[in-house]
Structures are given as structure tokens and as C-alpha cells.
Design a protein around this ligand. Structure first.
Ligand code: CMP
Length: 144
């Protein structure tokens, strides 16, 4: 009989996410309980450019690609997030996000986001820093 390792729980995964390092265990538990875990097959479209997006996604396992037209803007793996832009400005999604292997995400609705992690100034600052980096693009300056 082969010993099987149990998959890490969302709580164990989240406790290793740098974005959430300022949150204590109680706060993290609230995040896990308020979000919903969603599974996507390889090739599954999670977010579509132009859609009115609701939801902030944290990759728990697997991996995704952020794409615009035929360009791959980023590859994101466990502990990384997407969907923050539409959440911040309530505008359509800026890119497609596609699972490139079987992927599990924790999804927070705007209300769940703003009533949990969105209340923490350290998390918000880390989110904002990453969002600005994404908007600056690969050369570190706004290109358009
Ligand atoms: P949103 O616009 O809500 O939906 C698409 C998401 O793709 C976007 O939020 C970001 O989370 C992510 N995204 C857009 N552009 C980039 C980029 N250049 N690098 C990494 N992620 C991006």
C-alpha cells in the first residue's frame, strides 16, 4: 500500500502566501471561510477580457497564464493573485486568464474581499505595489 500525502489545505497554502504575511491565523481563517474554492481544468478560461468582472482570485494550486490577444503577459502560480484590477476600479477585465494545468483558486467576491483582506493596510499596499508593477509593464514605464 502506498502512503499518500494529503493535499495541503487552503489554510496551509494561504499561510505561506507573502501577500498575506501580515494576517494572523484568525484573520486568515476568516478569508478561507468567506472565499470559495473553484477548480479549473487545463485550458479552462477563468477570466475573459472585456467581461464585467467580479471576483479576486488567489491561485492555490496549479498555474495560469494572463493573456492579451496573442501575448502572454504573465504566468502565475500558487500564492499569486489576479482579478484585482476590475475589483479596484469596477471596470471590465483587462486580460484573459487561462488555466495551463489543473488549477484550484480561492475566489473572493468584492464584498468578501473588502470585508476581509481589503481592510488590512499592509495587504492593500502589497497588492497595490504588484498592480503598479503590472501596469508599468516589462520596461518599468507605462508604455501607452
Ligand atoms: P482584471 O483586469 O480584473 O482581470 C484580468 C487580470 O489579469 C487583471 O485583473 C490582473 O490581475 C491580471 N493582469 C493584467 N495585466 C497583467 C500583467 N501585465 N501582468 C500580470 N497580471 C496581469
Amino acid at each position: 500500500m502506498s502512503a499518500q500525502t494529503a493535499p495541503p489545505t487552503a489554510m496551509a497554502l494561504l499561510s505561506r502566501v507573502p501577500l498575506f504575511s501580515s494576517l494572523d491565523a484568525g484573520h486568515l481563517r476568516t478569508v478561507v471561510r468567506s472565499g470559495k474554492e473553484r477548480d479549473y481544468p487545463s485550458g479552462g478560461e477563468i477570466v475573459k477580457v472585456g467581461d464585467r468582472g467580479i471576483g479576486f482570485y488567489l491561485v492555490l494550486t496549479g498555474g495560469v497564464e494572463v493573456r492579451r490577444e496573442s501575448e502572454v503577459l504573465a504566468r502565475l502560480g500558487p500564492g499569486e493573485f489576479f482579478g484585482e484590477m476590475a475589483l479596484f476600479d469596477d471596470q471590465p477585465r483587462t486580460a484573459d486568464v487561462v488555466a495551463v494545468r489543473p488549477t484550484r483558486c480561492l475566489v473572493l467576491s468584492p464584498w468578501e474581499f473588502w470585508s476581509t483582506v481589503g481592510k488590512d493596510p499592509v495587504v492593500l499596499r502589497a497588492l497595490l505595489r504588484e498592480t503598479v508593477r503590472r501596469l508599468r509593464g516589462p520596461h518599468g514605464s507605462l508604455s501607452e
